[in-house]
Design a protein around this ligand. Structure first.
Ligand SMILES: [Zn+2]
Length: 305
C-alpha cells in the first residue's frame, strides 16, 4: 500500500460523475458587481415535488452577513417559479432586506422511484443506469476499506497473548504500519470476492448505457438526483464564494430529482472511466488508515492488563 500522492480511481470517478451529472460551472475569482448580481437575504430553500406536492425545506448557513448573490438570470428564473407556485415575488428593494426562500421544483425520491426508475425514455434510462453505476462505484470504495479493516480485526482476534504481538518488532510507527500492511495483504479473498460481485453488477449497466448512448442526441434533459445537503450556486454561468448557499450542518441529505441537461460526450466519459479492477488497485485506492494503528495498539494494551 504505497502512500504516494496520486489521484485515486474512486475520487476520479466521483469527479467525472459530478462533471457529467451535477455541476459544470467554472469557479470565478471576483466579487459580484451590481450590474450582474443581486444581493438576496437568502435563508432557506423549499423543494416542491410536482407529482405528489410534498414540500421539503433546507435551511442555509448565514455567511457574508446573510447576503447571497444571485445572477440576474437566476432571479428571473426564480420569478418564473414563484409565478408557477402562485407566490408573490418580493419587490427588488426587499430582496436584501426581507428573508427570502429559494423555491425549486424537484421530484421527491418516492415519486422518482415510481415514475423515473421504470421510465422507457432512452435519455432517462441512460441517466438511471449511470446513477446506479455511480452507487456501485461508491459502495465498492466503501467496501474496500471495510474489508481491509475486517482482515486486520480477524487477525487481531487470533492473538491471545501479548507474546504473539511482541514477537514482531513494533518499536516504530513504520514497523507497525508494515505489519498491518502484511496482515491485510495475506487476507484478500474477501476483497477479490467483492470485486467479482462489483464487476458482475457494473458490466451490464455500462454496456446497456453505452448501447443506448449510440442512438442518443448530443445533449438532452433528464431528471437527475441531487442531494439536499449539497451546496448550490445561485449564479448561472460562473460561481464564486458569494453566490454559493451552504445547507446548515444538520441538514439531512435527501435525494431530489431536478431537470438537468446532460451531454453525450460527458456521459460516455463517465461510462468509460477506469474502475477498480484488481486487489492491488483496491488497496492503493483505500490507502492506509491511522485507525488501524490504534486497533493494534489497543489490542496490545488489552493483553498487557
Ligand atoms: Zn413526490
Amino acid at each position: 500500500m504505497p502512500d504516494i500522492d496520486m489521484t485515486r480511481i474512486t475520487d476520479n470517478l466521483l469527479r467525472v460523475y459530478n462533471y457529467a451529472f451535477i455541476e459544470d460551472m467554472p469557479y470565478g475569482f471576483f466579487k459580484p458587481n451590481d450590474a450582474m448580481y443581486v444581493g438576496v437575504r437568502l435563508v432557506d430553500k423549499m423543494y416542491h415535488c410536482p407529482k405528489c406536492g410534498e414540500r421539503f425545506t433546507v435551511r442555509f448557513k448565514n455567511d457574508n452577513d446573510g447576503i447571497t448573490y444571485f445572477s440576474k438570470s437566476r432571479i428571473e428564473a426564480q420569478k418564473g417559479i414563484y409565478d408557477e407556485l402562485g407566490i408573490d415575488f418580493p419587490a427588488n428593494s426587499e430582496l436584501a432586506e426581507k428573508e427570502f426562500t429559494y423555491h425549486t421544483i424537484a421530484m421527491c425520491s418516492k415519486c422518482a422511484e415510481k415514475h423515473l426508475m421504470s421510465s422507457e425514455d432512452a435519455g432517462q434510462k441512460i441517466y438511471n443506469l449511470c446513477h446506479r453505476l455511480h452507487m456501485c462505484d461508491e459502495l465498492m470504495a466503501a467496501k474496500g476499506k471495510k474489508l481491509m479493516t475486517d482482515a486486520l480485526s480477524n487477525w487481531l482476534e487470533g492473538i491471545k497473548e501479548s507474546g504473539d504481538l511482541l514477537k514482531f518488532d513494533l518499536s516504530t510507527h513504520e514497523q507497525l504500519r508494515n505489519l498491518i500492511c502484511a496482515v491485510i495483504l495475506q487476507d484478500t479473498d474477501e476483497i477479490e470476492k467483492a470485486l467479482g460481485e462489483y464487476r458482475n453488477q457494473i458490466e451490464p449497466l455500462v454496456s446497456e448505457a453505452l448501447s443506448l448512448l449510440e442512438k442518443q442526441t448530443p445533449a438532452w434533459e433528464v431528471w437527475a438526483a441531487h442531494s439536499s445537503s449539497l451546496p448550490e450556486s445561485m449564479s448561472d454561468k460562473e460561481y464564486h464564494e458569494y453566490t454559493v448557499a451552504f445547507p446548515a450542518d444538520d441538514t439531512v441529505g435527501e435525494d431530489f430529482y431536478i431537470r438537468q441537461k446532460v451531454e453525450q460526450e460527458k456521459v460516455r466519459m463517465f461510462l468509460e472511466q477506469h474502475r477498480l479492477s484488481s486487489v492491488e488497485e483496491v488497496l492503493m485506492d483505500t490507502g492506509f488508515h491511522e485507525e488501524w494503528v490504534d486497533m493494534v495498539v489497543d489490542k496490545g494494551t488489552s493483553l498487557v492488563k
